[in-house]
Design a protein around this ligand. Sequence first.
Ligand code: AR6
Length: 180
Amino acid sequence: MKYLTDDRIAIEIGDLTKLDVTAVVNAANSGLLGGGGVDGAIHRAGGTEILAECIKIRETIYPNGMPAGNAVVTTAGKMKAEYVIHTVGPVWHGGNSNEPEILRNAYINSLKAAAEKKMESVAFPAISTGVYRFPKNKAARIAFSAAREFAAKSEYPKKIIFVFFSESDRETFIRAIKQD
Ligand code: AR6
């Protein structure tokens, strides 16, 4: 693991679903009932318990789906992690439809959910940069500044980890945040 600032924010390459952390963040869709990408991988790795809780959340809190930018917590089922924090990033429509604000909200609300449960460590995928097509360098700057600001004012989560699937995605992230 490589630390970016102090010992609070780190980056790692690998599969989010295999990590030994308190929570993994899911880049879900508003339906909360699974999908492709990270979402599919998390539901496959965690098993049916996650879906059962998501169905309950849909029935009770979000009958019309969870709006982008929000976050909810479920079990992580069979994964090493204890929890999954499900959030929904924006679909990229060119940048003039509040995409940056919504992406920031997705990170901040996930971190708030982690802080409320005093979680030690939370691992994020690069929300919205896959199927939802948010440009990776812009997304990196938003993710990093949200994490840095949150860590500066909140004791929990003690560790925030950005997880990338590939070396090139990790390099894009590092290059982007250095341009700040
Ligand atoms: N570990 C770490 N990173 C991963 C993993 C993994 N196991 N799998 C994919 N990535 P995406 P989005 C990277 O498409 O853009 C789903 O269908 C991937 O390389 O998963 O927010 C949902 O149900 C990419 O950089 O999420 C929604 O409908 C990043 O994770 C929609 O996709 C995010 O890619 C959400 O799209």
